[in-house]
Structure formats: structure tokens, C-alpha cells
Design a protein around this ligand. Structure first.
Ligand code: GLU
Length: 469
């Protein structure tokens, strides 16, 4: 049987890291088993669902690369189907109309509360003959009264709930709209879901959903209820802990590979391996290896993984993500090196793509001023001679390549009988405006000949002015 899983977010906000991890586990369960992955938007709560949130969720899934084979389905477009199933259940006697007034239910609740009992519908309308009346009603599922519901959760193990503890769940409201738990059941059935991966906040729904599935004669999927993610202070992860929206991680300069690797390890392990390519995740992922305990978010580790992927993934690929940040930081790339050429050169120092983008600016745009501290230290009178000689040597170069540039710098130092740093540092400040950059030869190479010549001339002028003032 083909494994079929789904991610079923309610579009009431952005895709947060908890949801993304659930989506990842569900997606991996499908991918690891050559199965299919369905995306379903659970938008029946009309007051809380928004189009904006739907778009944000799809954007997050796409950015993470969690592709779906079917969907997105929208529950609001499936009301006819839900009503059809409700009619069938009424006809078959697995559901019934309940005419109990709000007042009666309220009184029942108070009575049960007074006795210290849990609120439970008393089944007043359960076995009554159909009525010919215009009175308002809800439709309830006829939950079995005997026996129990048992399921083997992939994360939590065996769970057993006595049917006596379960209510006759309302499956359609007075206005006729189907309720959330019911829609989930019909969807999982219709969509052929074989394995439900979701947050453990839904674990109480599972026995009810299983009972309804049984009443419909539908197959029962497997279940995996995933624990919560906590912040590094042990409290439930929230905005207070910084970024919680997946897209915020993009904005902050993380690669999807880093976030996915981080999330997969947050609550799942395979030996003591920390770094997983997507292919390795697909190869090793097993629901049974998900931890039962809640996991705590650790930003340091995410940064470490991000650096790792910036340094090791194909520069062309990294550049494709870097481009977003170039636009975000208004760096005009029309005049300068190919972005992918800069990636290996600059990635050593960058923790995020945001830093990386910022460090490319002088390759594309002229700066108006030298960094004050760097200029003070390196563009002094003693730098005049080295800068003039390197200017001359650069002008004479037959070819603007890294080896020739390196040689020119070395020759300048040798001719002047000074250390390489006495040439390299003024040159660096001259062409980058700052005191830090990758190797000065490769930096000069990528900045390009014309720009370097202009910038060196400007630095010479700066030093000369300084000597004269
Ligand atoms: N829509 C639910 C949520 O966003 C998920 C329900 C499910 O996966 O069954 O929490």
C-alpha cells in the first residue's frame, strides 16, 4: 500500500517553526517510503482563517522545498461532501439530530460540574424517534458506549481510551456547518491518508476521529503525534524567543537546508549524526525515532548549520538564495562579478546570507569614504610609496588574473624591502574601503581592473592630502 501523508495547517497565521517541523516529518514519511504527500488547508474556522495566512503558509512550504503531490485542498470547498457524509450517517443511524436547547446543555454542564464530573452530553436525544419539527438541532455522532479505542502512536506508544469517556461529538452545528473534527475525518478518508503526523495538541481528537472512521467503514490510518518545541528558556516557543515564522528565517539570512536540518534534528535522531542532507533525511527518517519529549530551540546550533551549508553547498545554489538579500539590501548587481563567484570567497566569514550580501557591496558599488579606523591605520604617509608602485605594476599587467595580481603585490613588497602587509593592507583599504576582506589578490581580481585603478588613485590622493595637511 502506498504511504500517503498530509500536512493540514489551519490558516490563522504564518507557518511557524513548530508547524514546519510537523510538515517536514510528514513530508519525510512520504518521501522516505516513496509515498505521496498532501497539503490541505483547514480553513473551516471562517473567523480566524485569512487568505493572507494561506499565502504565507504556501510561501513557507515552497521556500522550504516541501513539495506536495496533491492539493492544496481547502476544506471550505468541500462542504457538500461533508454534508453528504452526514446525511449518510443519519440514514445509517451512526449520527442523530439533537434538539437539546442551549439552556438544557448549560444546566447539564452546571449539574455535572457541581458533582465534580467531567462535562459530557447525556445522550438525551440519542435514541429518540425522528421528529417532524422545525426546531433547531445539531447533529451528533453516536459514539460507541462500550469498549475502548486503542491505537499505537509512533511517538507516544500504545494509547487506549475507554468509550465511556467520550462524548457524542457534534458533527454539524445548528446552522448546518460541519465541525472541525468531522471534516478532518472525511478528508483523511477521502484523500486516502495512511499516516497522520501532527502536533500532540491533537492527541485528544484521535480516539474520536477513529470512532467516526470506524462508523464510516473507513480504514484507520497510523498516527504520530509530535511533541512541542520549547524556547531555549524552556517555555513554549513564542515570538518572545525571536523569529518563529519560517519566512523570518529567510529574511534573517538562513538557507532552507539549514533550517530543515535543524528542524529534523529537533526531536528526531539517527545515531549521533548532526548534519543531514535532504537525501540522507529521506534515507534514514523513521517516525519511530521521533523523541517523545519536547525539544528546546537552540539558535547557536542553527547558525552553525547555516554556516556549514553556506560554505559547502554549490555556490550557484547559494547565490540563488543570496539574490533575495541583494535586492533586500538594495545592492545593484548590474556592474560587478557574478554573484556565484563571490560566494566561495566571502562565505568563510558569513554566518548568514544577510551578512554575506552586506559583505558584497564594494564589489558592486563605489564607496564614498574609507572606513575611518582602517584609513587612520593603513592610509598613512608610509603607504604612499607602496600604493604608487602597486598602481604602476597593476597598470603594466598584461592579464588581470589572480596569479599576476599576487605577483605584483609580492614584487612591490620586495622592491621596497617591506613586508607583504605594508603593501597588502593599504591596498586592501584602498580597493575595499575597509580593513577586512578576503585575500587581497582575489578581492582585486573580482572588483575588476577599472574599479581597482580608480580606487587606488583615490587612495593615493587621500594619503597625499593627509601628508600635506
Ligand atoms: N489543522 C490542525 C492544525 O493546524 C491540524 C490538524 C491535523 O493535522 O489533523 O493544528
Amino acid at each position: 500500500m502506498t504511504v500517503k501523508t498530509r500536512f493540514a495547517p489551519s490558516p490563522t497565521g504564518f507557518l511557524h517553526v513548530g508547524g514546519a517541523r510537523t510538515a517536514l516529518y510528514s513530508w519525510l514519511q512520504a518521501r522516505a517510503n516513496n509515498g505521496e504527500f498532501v497539503l490541505r488547508i483547514e480553513d473551516t474556522d471562517l473567523e480566524r482563517s485569512t487568505q493572507e495566512a494561506c499565502d504565507a503558509i504556501l510561501e513557507g512550504m515552497e521556500w522550504l522545498g516541501l513539495n506536495w503531490d496533491e492539493g492544496p485542498y481547502y476544506q471550505t470547498k468541500r462542504f457538500d461532501r461533508y454534508n453528504e457524509v452526514i446525511d449518510r450517517m443519519l440514514a445509517e443511524g451512526t449520527a442523530y439530530k439533537c434538539y437539546c436547547s442551549r439552556e438544557r446543555i448549560e444546566a447539564l454542564r452546571e449539574e455535572q460540574a457541581a458533582k465534580g464530573e467531567r462535562m459530557k452530553y447525556d445522550g438525551c436525544c440519542r435514541d429518540q424517534a425522528p421528529r417532524d419539527t422545525d426546531e433547531p438541532f445539531v447533529i451528533r455522532f453516536k459514539n460507541p458506549t462500550e469498549g475502548s479505542v486503542v491505537f499505537d502512536d509512533h511517538v507516544r506508544g500504545r494509547i487506549e481510551i475507554g468509550n465511556a469517556e467520550l462524548d457524542d461529538l457534534i458533527i454539524a452545528r445548528t446552522e448546518g456547518t460541519p465541525t472541525y473534527n468531522f471534516c478532518v475525518v472525511v478528508d483523511d478518508w477521502d484523500m486516502g491518508i495512511t499516516c497522520v503526523v501532527r502536533g500532540e495538541d491533537h492527541i485528544n481528537n484521535t480516539p474520536r476521529q477513529i470512532n467516526i472512521l470506524k462508523a464510516l467503514g473507513a480504514p484507520i490510518p497510523e498516527y504520530a503525534h509530535v511533541a512541542m518545541i520549547l524556547g531555549d528558556d524552556g517555555a513554549k516557543l513564542s515570538k518572545r524567543h525571536g523569529a518563529v515564522s519560517v519566512m523570518q528565517y529567510r529574511d534573517d539570512g538562513y538557507l532552507p537546508e539549514a533550517l530543515l536540518n535543524y528542524l529534523v534534528r529537533l526531536g528526531w535522531s539517527h545515531g549521533d549524526q548532526e548534519v543531514f542532507s535532504i537525501d540522507e533525511m529521506k534515507q534514514y527518517f523513521k517516525l519511530d525515532d521521533i523523541n517523545k519529549a519536547a525539544s528546546a530551540f537552540n539558535t547557536e546550533k542553527l547558525i552553525w548549520l547555516n554556516q556549514h551549508y553556506i560554505k559547502t553547498l554549490d555556490p550557484e545554489y547559494v547565490a540563488s538564495h543570496l539574490e533575495w538579500h541583494m535586492h533586500d539590501q538594495n545592492i545593484d548587481m548590474s556592474n560587478g562579478p557574478k554573484l556565484a563567484e563571490l560566494v566561495p570567497v566571502l562565505s568563510e566569514r558569513a554566518k548568514t546570507l544577510k551578512d554575506l550580501a552586506a559583505s558584497t557591496r564594494y564589489f558592486y558599488e563605489d564607496f564614498t569614504e574609507f572606513d575611518e579606523a582602517a584609513a587612520k591605520k593603513h592610509l598613512r604617509g608610509v603607504a604612499l610609496e607602496p600604493l604608487q608602485l602597486i598602481q604602476k605594476k597593476f597598470a603594466e599587467l598584461a592579464s588581470w588574473d589572480q596569479a599576476s595580481l599576487h605577483q605584483a603585490i609580492e614584487d612591490t613588497a620586495a622592491e621596497l624591502e617591506v613586508g607583504m602587509g605594508k603593501v597588502g593592507m593599504p591596498l586592501r583599504v584602498a580597493i575595499t574601503g575597509a580593513g577586512q576582506s578576503p585575500g587581497v589578490d582575489v578581492t582585486a581580481l573580482l572588483i575588476g581592473r577599472t574599479r581597482c585603478e580608480q580606487r587606488i588613485a583615490k587612495a593615493i590622493e587621500f594619503v597625499a592630502n593627509r601628508i600635506n595637511s
